[in-house]
Ligand binder design. Structure first.
Ligand code: MG
Length: 347
């Protein structure tokens, strides 16, 4: 069993701005597992919002991969992996994804089938395209490029929220999902914006206020005319206890909770609390996105366009047509590299 990893520098198609930050590049870590003559892949997309970066991820990968033994293959790896280190969720996700890829290849099954996902094998699952915070001309250009998608996800929480929405509505009537990324700093601002958005064909609001404002989030849920979805407020299952009082649903991301294994459990626990389930992502290559895609049939809403926001995806295999995702019939994750991956300077 040989593990290796390397830096994955992903170039964004457009400068990506959300409340509080802007970027042109993302640095992820690609992990490769060679075992039993099979090559498998995983990806970590560490996010500074959760105190993780490339350096901390690389540091975690050694101890995490060391606890995986040949007899852990076939789904019995999550317990040693989760208890090997505190935190380091993106690194855990990378290892977990690679092990699932391997297991699917050994079993000669696509992951969605191995996971018993309720998918008929051929239907398109509706995606939405993300529009970052931008000037009106750029927003209009991006909305026109996204017209084949069934809905738009719009980042707000900047200084021109209403201007952006009015610009979108001047060229498109597609349903809009809002993500404020904690950008509305008070409950008064949040309710004002939500009431203005409600009659404009908006489906829900993701993370309107800072996750730490628990009492204000509860106040907002009682008054909001639109459903509220927790993203930054929910990392792992242990956060679920206070979520139902403040939100109507949760955004589950493999990079926040540590991979496919804990995401399956988190989805089930959210369902038990009657919460809606959204499946989201970071900016990731097709490796990370494919891993989440195999869980897509378990979710109410999909936000899995992270690989479509980059121009140098080193992997292929994600099948998106007219804004709909078609799950792979290939074994494991169903992705393969465009070219030879070189880990020469790594691990
Ligand atoms: Mg979000």
């Amino acid at each position: 069993m040989k593990w290796s990893w390397s830096t994955l520098n992903l170039k964004l198609r457009h400068t990506f701005t959300i409340a509080h930050r802007s970027s042109d590049w993302r640095t992820n870590v690609l992990i490769q597992l060679d075992h039993q003559g099979i090559t498998s892949w995983g990806e970590a997309a560490p996010n500074p919002r959760y105190g993780e970066d490339e350096a901390s991820t690389r540091e975690a990968l050694g101890p995490l991969t060391a606890v995986i033994h040949a007899d852990s293959i076939e789904g019995r790896w999550w317990e040693p992996l989760s208890s090997a280190l505190v935190g380091s969720f993106a690194a855990k996700a990378a290892v977990d994804i690679a092990l699932y890829d391997h297991w699917g290849k050994v079993q000669q099954q696509p992951l969605w089938r191995l996971l018993d996902a309720p998918y008929d094998g051929h239907s398109g699952l509706p995606l939405c395209m993300t529009i970052g915070i931008d000037d009106v001309a750029t927003v209009i250009k991006k909305v026109k490029q996204a017209e084949s998608f069934p809905c738009l996800k719009v980042k707000l929480g900047g200084s021109n929220d209403r201007e952006m929405i009015e610009a979108i509505r001047s060229v498109s009537q597609l349903p809009i999902r809002i993500d404020a990324n904690e950008g509305w700093s008070s409950r008064e601002r949040a309710i004002r914006e939500i009431e203005w958005l409600a009659p404009r064909n908006v489906e829900f609001i993701e993370q309107p206020m800072p996750a730490t404002l628990v009492d204000d989030c509860e106040w907002l849920k009682e008054r909001s005319p639109l459903p509220l979805i927790a993203d930054e407020a929910l990392k792992t299952e242990s956060d679920l206890s206070h979520i139902a009082a403040c939100y109507h649903g949760v955004n589950v991301k493999l990079m926040k909770c540590g991979g496919i294994s804990p995401a399956r459990q988190l989805i089930q626990s959210a369902r038990d609390l009657n919460l809606k389930v959204m499946l989201g992502c970071m900016v990731e290559s097709s490796v990370g996105i494919a891993a989440a895609a195999h869980l897509a049939p378990f979710a109410d809403y999909l936000d899995l366009d992270g690989n479509l926001l980059i121009e140098n995806d080193p992997f292929q295999g994600q099948n998106v047509r007219r804004g709909h995702l078609y799950l792979s019939q290939s074994n494991g994750l169903g992705v393969s590299p465009h070219r030879q991956v070189n880990h020469a300077s790594d691990e």
